[in-house]
Design a protein around this ligand. Structure first.
Ligand code: DGL
Length: 253
């Protein structure tokens, strides 16, 4: 049984999970967090599912070897590839995954654009979500690997990213898109750039806050919420150690 004073492990293919870590720190400022970004193997979204499952298990082991008391898969792609297998492999551990916030978007809007990775959009988890809520709104989907690439390079508002988004979102400028689901954890860093290229106002849906709430609930239910006064310690690690500086910058944006 891990101690309630142990860290919460947070994982993503690279820097994207930092957008979830921000929400986790906001909700539970007294917890310690250990973040692992796998930038050496990013992007995950264009890989085979089995490959992402293998990388996700390797990342989980790395965090658990450091004594983490819970695991947050802060990556929609890794969640769709491996969350069920992870839960089966670690039944005693709180394991929380993130998925595109489609439900709240379709409950409140008529024209919803889902931006995610290629793998997230093709995997069964998202297909099931679409089958449950797809009838309530007109849903458009498009993978956006160029955003992952830009954020991995530390670019959240540069001219190359803007040109990419202008091209990607051109077909949606004429459509009355009123909500955009940010279905990849790299995307919340480029909210402004997305809205600018879309050319009209839209509500943005990010799964990060809900994931932080769910993590808090799961820790409380397991009796694992830290009882120490805050602020907790946040340690950032990466499979490409020189990339930690980018994570650090994004955390404090
Ligand atoms: N940040 C990840 C997600 O939420 C994936 C990015 C990647 O392709 O590596 O889906």
């Amino acid at each position: 049984m891990p101690s309630r004073d142990a860290s919460v492990g947070v994982f993503d293919s690279g820097h994207g999970g930092i957008s979830v870590l921000r929400e986790l720190i906001h909700r539970m400022p007294n917890e310690d967090f250990l973040y692992f970004g796998d930038s050496a193997n990013a992007p995950y979204g264009t890989r085979e599912t089995a490959d992402v499952r293998r990388l996700t298990f390797a990342a989980a082991r790395r965090l658990l070897d450091r004594g983490c008391k819970a695991l947050v898969v802060a990556c929609n792609t890794a969640t769709s590839a491996a969350i069920d297998d992870l839960r089966a492999a670690y039944p005693a551990l709180p394991v929380v995954g993130i998925e595109p916030a489609l439900k709240p978007a379709v409950l409140a809007h008529d024209h919803v654009l889902v931006l995610a990775t290629e793998m997230t959009l093709r995997e069964e988890k998202f297909r099931r979500l679409l089958a449950s809520y797809g009838g309530r709104a007109q849903i458009y989907q498009t993978p956006a690997p160029g955003i992952v690439e830009a954020v991995e390079a530390g670019d959240v508002d540069g001219p190359r990213l803007s040109a990419y988004l202008d091209r990607l979102l051109a077909p949606y400028r004429q459509v009355p898109i009123d909500a955009v689901v940010l279905g990849c954890t790299h995307f919340p860093f480029v909210r402004e750039a997305i809205l600018r290229s879309l050319g009209h106002p839209a509500a943005l849906y990010d799964g990060g806050p809900g994931t932080a709430r769910e993590t808090c609930r799961r820790l409380e239910a397991a009796g694992l919420r830290s009882g120490r006064p805050g602020p907790g310690r946040v340690e950032l690690t990466n499979s490409r150690p020189e990339a930690v500086a980018v994570s650090e910058r994004l955390l404090h944006l």
